[in-house]
Write a protein that binds this ligand. Structure first.
Ligand SMILES: C[S@@+](CC[C@H](N)C(=O)[O-])C[C@H]1O[C@@H](n2cnc3c(N)ncnc32)[C@H](O)[C@@H]1O
Length: 306
């Protein structure tokens, strides 16, 4: 159930500009059981401020004409459309998302003939072993209660020598200046705890290594956002999570946001969070591991010596 939403008095313009604010980000674990329209608006907002970052990600993964690419947790399909263009008519861009509403939205927005969007969970992918050259999951793993199963599935569907990219925030690293530090820490903690895997970013390396990926590279960087963006993307959700966890009541949530707004007017507000981008590859020469059952073992079975 979606919690009752916060409606502060002092930021009417923000609400008017974004009719769905405040969003409830923890709802991404099961979009169809919550406010799908709100979460679709949230993704549109994220995409608008992430175009460059997403393009750099496609380049980093070497996405090129003719490749078969899987986007796990594809949301509204914005990445699918961009990737379909990069892989061209001889390639294929496939998106999966657990949410029926997200897949319907991706299809409604239009997919080119070399792209498709399917409703499926990342931990039970409906593809044979070694189907894709490249897999990616942009802000999916923070919403997965069983991230290991999904990482193993992504490894299973990657061809030998293929590569995977994961991008997630580590929501336990949020830094907010402008409010009472103890209250802020409690609200941020409630937000991170409400997500299925709120500190996903800090576990990327061990997750990929456990799933059998090699050449694992992880880059963590601190990103900053101005008040309006931080409010839409995190602060409003954090209030909802803190209310649901009994950390604050409605008045307490309104007071916290008002304090941050006042700090912002004085130039004393700041917001930042660490984002982790991880890459891992499947071993290029161990082709034998994917010839067995559809659910291959997490680590490649070495080929017996002749
Ligand atoms: C934060 S959104 C990111 C969407 C997209 N990757 C983007 O960058 O815009 C997370 C997406 O993961 C989907 N999701 C959540 N659990 C999933 C699962 N088990 N398998 C596949 N998708 C899932 C949600 O429905 C949602 O569309």
């Amino acid at each position: 159930m979606r919690p009752t939403l916060f409606h502060g008095r002092s930021h009417g313009r923000l609400l008017a500009d974004n009719p769905h604010v405040p969003f409830y980000v923890a709802g991404f674990a099961d979009v169809d059981a919550t406010d799908a329209a709100g979460l679709i608006s949230y993704l549109d907002l994220c995409t608008r401020i992430s175009v460059e970052r997403k393009r750099a990600g496609y380049r980093d993964q070497g996405i090129a004409p003719g490749m078969h690419v899987l986007d796990a947790g594809c949301g509204t399909g914005d990445d699918l459309r961009a990737i379909a263009e990069l892989v061209g008519p001889l390639g294929r861009a496939v998106g999966v998302d657990a949410s029926r509403a997200m897949i319907a939205e991706a299809r409604k927005r239009g997919l080119p003939s070399n792209a498709q969007a399917l409703q499926a969970s990342a931990d039970a992918l409906p593809f044979p072993n070694a189907t894709f050259d490249v897999c990616r999951a942009d802000r999916l793993f923070q919403h997965l209660p069983a991230p290991d199963a999904a990482a193993r599935e992504l490894r299973r569907v990657l061809k030998p020598g293929g590569n995977l990219m994961l991008l997630d925030q580590d929501w336990e690293t949020v830094e907010i200046r402008g409010g009472d530090p103890a209250l802020t820490a409690a609200i941020v903690g409630a937000f991170a705890a409400a997500l299925a895997n709120g500190s996903a970013g800090r576990h990327h390396r061990s997750l990929l290594e456990r799933a059998g990926f090699c050449d694992v590279r992880v880059t963590a960087s601190a990103t900053r956002a101005p008040f309006a963006t931080a409010y839409a993307l995190m602060l409003s959700s954090a209030v909802e999570c803190a209310k649901a966890a009994g950390v604050i009541d409605s008045d307490g949530g309104n007071a916290w946001i008002s304090t941050l707004l006042a700090a912002n007017r004085r130039g004393e507000f700041s917001y930042g969070v660490t984002i982790s981008v991880a890459h891992g590859s499947t071993p290029a020469r161990s082709a034998s591991w994917h010839l067995g059952s559809r659910r291959a073992s997490p680590s490649p079975t070495p080929r017996p010596r002749a």
